[in-house]
Design a protein around this ligand. Structure first.
Ligand SMILES: Cc1ncc(COP(=O)(O)O)c(C=O)c1O
Length: 473
């Protein structure tokens, strides 16, 4: 059973007391509840013993006991004999509303509704299905037809590709997990960006990686010297990057930097993974970069999940044949192949993808601009960066209280991930990711809820000094 030390938990709840109006035990319970709800503390994790947490936080044992009792009563902790207090979720109808059991507006996901082309493609795929019904339908690599269609698309983008260099997955997340478990052994170093896409970090850690972070900001992009040091000092086994419309900052990596990273990776024998799930969503008419692997050795990950529809659950990877074969063998541990009908839908959609991406860019541009106008009007102290690509804005809220804001937003009917969900060990309390994948009227409801939550958390003046937040970016 995984356990969390008192020190690690204290880092995750930095600033927990600053804006609390009520009793300390309730504020502590609220912050731990948020960690469990948004996945920063995995279910089944053992929390620190009350005495240790009290000492770490400089609290009385009674306060921590009361917080744990509150969490137990609301269904977020189990007291297991011999194992201490273990994180869990309440059964349906728990005291604190949970996104799983209410109809709250959910901004924790940056997702678009399906493009109308999906339904049409599905009809054509159903019509094509009978020709494949004589086959077994099990193939860890994917249908040749689908692999060829992906290979052709890479070739059209300037990266000659053979169908044998492609494997069809059940979404890009599946690809990340397969690569992590194929390439990593316990204790290996893996580079990730900071902030990063949280489920990628979870996948790398589940394969035993020790993650090494490299900062990315909306304005400056990737920290060049941190990148260089991370490669040279840690010789990582892999580096997982989102060079095209990085999630959550929306940054796009310049070509010269890509070239330097390819060289650094080659020097250290690092496998680069370039996740293009959010690629193709450049919003201001700028040129879409050719695939990362045109510059040197890199595994490419792709998906229709963000650009077309998440409900399709289909993605792919492109790598050299040997790695594709290793991944296909490992795949049997978890599944036996991607559904045939979804692969046929993929093939239909790829033929239409450029038109779909045009539509998506226009839609996202309008929603992004609407969000920028609403934030400027209603939350003028927040800084929304200019976002040239992707699906969300990484907004600086000016104070290190993103977790409190996310908690307060729940009371206003909005579920949103605190900035710290995208960092490791409590970073990014000054940020929140706001998706602009929703139409203007939904964005309006979200901003109304955020503005109300902001009023409620900032009613008490902040007494902290910046020095208290040395580790918060
Ligand atoms: C960067 C990135 N990669 C992968 C995924 C997961 O993609 P899929 O839905 O294809 O599994 C996401 C989804 O949020 C993402 O943001």
């Amino acid at each position: 059973m995984a356990s969390l030390s008192a020190r690690a938990l204290a880092a995750l709840i930095v600033g927990w007391r600053d804006l609390a109006n009520g009793p300390a035990y309730a504020a502590l319970a609220d912050r731990v509840r948020l960690l469990i709800l948004d996945g920063r503390v995995a279910l089944g994790t053992r929390l620190p013993a009350e005495r240790e947490l009290a000492a770490q936080l400089g609290l009385s044992r009674t306060t921590v006991s009361a917080a744990y009792a509150d969490l137990r009563d609301s269904g977020y902790l189990d007291s297991v004999r011999g194992s201490g207090s273990v994180a869990r979720l309440p059964a349906r109808g728990g005291v604190v509303p949970d996104v799983l059991v209410t109809d709250q507006l959910d901004f924790s996901k940056a997702v678009l509704p399906a493009h109308p082309a999906v339904a049409e493609a599905a009809q054509r795929a159903v019509a094509a299905l009978p020709s494949f019904l004589d086959e077994s339908g099990f193939d860890p690599y994917g249908m040749r037809l689908a692999r060829q269609a992906i290979a052709d698309r890479y070739a059209a983008r300037g990266l000659p590709t053979d169908a044998d260099e492609v494997l069809i997955t059940v979404g890009a997340q599946h690809g990340i997990v397969l690569l992590a478990h194929t390439l990593l052994s316990r204790g290996d170093r893996a580079i990730i960006e900071s902030p990063s896409y949280p489920h990628a970090v979870e996948a790398l850690r589940s394969a035993g990686a020790r993650v090494v972070t490299v900062p990315v900001t909306p304005a400056e992009g990737w920290d060049e010297s941190a990148l260089e040091q991370a490669f040279q000092r840690t010789s990582p086994v892999l580096a997982y990057l989102m060079p095209d419309n990085h999630n959550p900052t929306g940054a796009t990596m310049p070509k010269a930097q890509r070239e330097r990273i390819v060289a650094l990776a080659a020097e250290q024998g690092t496998t680069l993974i370039a996740d293009e799930t959010i690629g193709g969503l450049e919003l201001d008419g700028q040129a879409v970069q050719p695939p990362f692997a045109t510059l040197g050795r890199a595994v490419m990950l792709g998906s229709l999940g963000k650009s077309v529809w998440g409900g399709l659950r289909i993605g792919w990877m492109r790598a050299d044949r040997e790695l594709i074969q290793r991944v296909a063998r490992n795949r049997f541990m978890t599944d036996l192949g991607t559904p045939i009908l979804e692969q046929l839908i993929l093939v239909e959609l790829l033929a239409d993808l450029d038109r779909i991406l045009d539509d998506r860019r226009a839609y996202l541009r309008a929603s992004r601009d609407h969000l920028a106008r609403r934030l400027a009007a209603d939350l003028p102290t927040w800084q929304m960066p200019s976002v040239a690509g992707g699906i969300a804005a990484w907004v600086n809220i000016g104070l290190p209280i993103s977790s409190q804001l996310a908690l307060a937003a729940r009371n206003e009917g909005l579920v949103i991930a605190a900035g710290a969900r995208f960092g490791v060990e409590g970073l990014f309390e000054r940020f929140i990711r706001i998706p602009f994948t929703y139409p203007p009227e939904v964005i309006d409801r979200g901003v109304d809820a955020l503005a109300a939550a902001w009023r409620s958390v900032t009613r008490t003046p902040l007494s902290v000094t910046d020095g208290d937040y040395a580790q918060v970016v």
